[in-house]
Write a protein that binds this ligand. Structure first.
Ligand code: NAD
Length: 416
C-alpha cells in the first residue's frame, strides 16, 4: 500500500497513535482531530504592471483552548489548506509541550515570492492583514514569520493592523524587527532551545559534550546558529555541515566564523578551505555523537536509517524523520529529540516577545536566554519522564505530554 503523504493525514495519524496510548475519550479524540476554525480568503493585489492578481490565502486556528492561537504565515507556490492544517496542529502540540500559554495556528498564501517585487510583496502582506485582521489579535491569534516571510513582512503587516485599529498593538504579531518591539534573542532562539535539549540528553546518556562530534544538515537560520552555539556553548566538534548544494567535512572540526564568512562570499558552504567535499547522504551517515537535521523534512527514511550512527538525533528541522525511520532508529538505541520539542525555542521566545509587548518593558538578551533555558529544560524532562513512565519512544512521549495538556484545557472549558 502506498503511504499517505498528505501532511494533515500524517498529523491525524500521529494524534491517533497518541490517543490510543492515552485511551483518550473518543469524543475528545474526534474533536482534537479537526481544526477549530479556518478562514479562506481571496486577496486582490495590484501588480507592478497595473493588472490585479488574486491570491488564495488561509489562516487556521487549530486549537486555542490553552491560549491565543500561535503560528507563522508561509508564502509558498505549493501551499495547500492541508499543509496549513497540519502545521497548525503541530503548533498546538508544540506550544503545549513547551508549556507556553498559547494554542496553535498557521497561515499561508499561495504565491511565488521569488517572482514578486518588494512593492508587490508589501501590497500582498498588507492585503493578507486586511483580510485576517478581524479574526486575529493579541488575545485571539498571533502570527509570525515562517517559510519565505521575514521581519520586514511582519513590520508591514503590523503597520496595516495598527492603521486599521488606530492603536499601537505590537503584540499582535511576533518576529518583528526590534525597532518595532521584536525580542532580543529571537534570531538564535530555535537553535538555542535545541542546544538545551542536547545538553540535557547528553547528561542522561553520560555523553561528555566537550569535544563530542557533531554533524549539522542545513545552514539557514537554524543550522548556522546551531553550528555557532554547538561550537561556542557546548564545545562540540562540528565535523560536517551542509546546505542544499552539498556538504563539507573536516576531521579537526569546522569553525563557524570561517564557514559563515565563506558562505557570505561563495553563496554556499562547499569549498571552505581545508574541508573535504562529501554528499548530504554521507553527512547523515557519519560516525558522530550528535546528528542535527536542520534543513527539510523526510531526510531520515527507511532507506538510510539503519546506517545512521549518531547517539543523539536532535531534530531542529520539522519532520526530518519518517515514521519507518523512527522505528529503526529507536530499535538501534538512538536517542531522538523529537522536532516539536527540539525546535520549540522559537515559539517560546515569540511568547516572550508577546509578554514584553504587553508590558512595554524589554528584556536583555541574557534574560531571554536564561528564561528560554528554564522552559526548554523543563519541557525536555517532562517528555523524558513520560517516555520512561510509559515505556514509549520520545516522539510518542512528546505527543502524550502535549495532547494531555490540550485535552485537559478543552475539558476544563466544557467543550467536550
Ligand atoms: P532556511 O530556509 O533559513 O534554511 C534551510 C537550509 O537548509 C538552507 O541552508 C538550505 O540550503 C538547506 N537545505 C535545503 N534543502 C536541503 C537538502 N536537501 N539538504 C541539505 N540542506 C538543504 O530555514 P530555517 O529557518 O533554518 O529552517 C530549517 C528547518 O527548521 C525547517 O524544517 C523549519 O521548519 C525548521 N524550524 C525553523 C524555525 C525557525 O525559527 N526558523 C523554528 C522551528 C522549526
Amino acid at each position: 500500500m502506498t503511504e499517505n503523504l498528505n501532511p494533515f493525514a500524517i498529523a491525524q495519524a500521529q494524534l491517533d497513535k497518541a490517543a490510543a496510548f492515552l485511551e483518550l475519550d473518543p469524543d475528545m479524540h474526534a474533536f482534537l482531530r479537526e481544526p477549530l476554525r479556518e478562514f479562506h480568503f481571496s486577496i486582490p493585489v495590484r501588480m507592478d504592471d497595473g493588472h490585479t492578481q488574486t491570491f488564495k490565502a488561509f489562516r487556521v486556528q487549530y486549537n486555542d483552548a490553552r491560549g491565543p492561537a500561535k503560528g507563522g504565515i508561509r508564502f509558498h507556490p505549493d501551499e495547500t489548506i492541508d499543509t496549513v492544517r497540519a502545521l497548525s496542529a503541530w503548533m498546538t502540540w508544540k506550544t503545549a509541550v513547551a508549556d507556553v500559554p498559547l494554542g496553535g495556528g498557521k497561515g499561508g498564501v499561495i504565491c511565488n515570492p521569488r517572482a514578486m517585487s518588494a512593492g508587490e510583496l508589501e501590497r500582498l502582506s498588507r492585503g493578507y492583514m486586511r483580510a485576517v485582521s478581524r479574526f486575529i489579535g493579541l488575545k485571539q491569534d498571533v502570527p509570525a514569520p515562517d517559510v519565505n516571510t521575514n521581519p520586514q513582512i511582519m513590520a508591514w503587516m503590523l503597520d496595516e493592523y495598527e492603521v486599521l485599529t488606530g492603536k499601537h498593538e505590537p503584540g499582535v504579531i511576533t518576529g518583528k524587527p526590534m525597532i518595532l518591539g521584536g525580542s532580543a534573542g529571537r534570531g538564535p532562539a530555535t537553535a538555542m532551545g535545541g542546544m538545551v535539549t542536547i545538553r540535557e540528553a547528553a547528561k542522561l546518556l553520560d555523553l561528555p559534550l566537550k569535544g563530542a562530534t557533531c554533524a549539522i544538515q542545513g545552514y539557514g537560520n537554524v543550522g548556522s546558529f546551531a553550528h555557532r552555539l554547538a561550537h561556542d556553548l557546548l564545545g562540540l566538534k562540528v565535523v560536517a555541515v551542509s546546505d542544499e548544494f552539498g556538504a563539507i567535512y573536516s576531521e579537526n572540526g569546522l569553525d563557524p566564523t570561517v564557514v559563515s564568512a565563506h558562505l557570505r562570499r561563495a553563496g554556499k558552504v562547499g569549498g571552505v578551505e581545508g574541508s573535504e567535499t562529501i554528499t548530504n547522504s554521507q553527512l547523515l551517515e557519519l560516525p558522530v555523537d550528535i546528528l542535527i537535521p536542520a534543513a527539510i523534512e523526510n531526510q531520515l527514511t527507511s532507506a538510510n536509517a539503519d546506517r545512521i550512527q549518531a547517539r543523539i538525533v536532535a531534530e531542529l528541522a520539522n519532520g526530518p524523520t519518517t515514521p519507518d525511520a523512527d522505528q529503526i532508529l529507536t530499535q538501534k538505541g538512538i536517542y531522538i529529540i523529537p522536532d516539536f520539542l527540539c525546535n520549540a525555542g522559537g515559539v517560546t521566545v515569540s511568547y516572550f516577545e508577546m509578554v514584553q509587548n504587553t508590558y512595554g518593558f524589554y528584556w536583555s538578551e541574557e534574560l531571554v536566554q536564561e528564561r528560554l533555558d528554564q522552559k526548554m529544560t523543563t519541557a525536555f524532562h517532562a517528555v523524558h519522564q513520560m517516555a520512561v513512565e510509559r515505556g514509549v519512544e520520545t516522539r510518542v512521549a512528546a505527543y502524550l505530554v502535549a495532547v494531555t495538556r490540550v485535552a485537559e484545557a478543552v475539558r476544563a472549558r466544557g467543550w467536550v
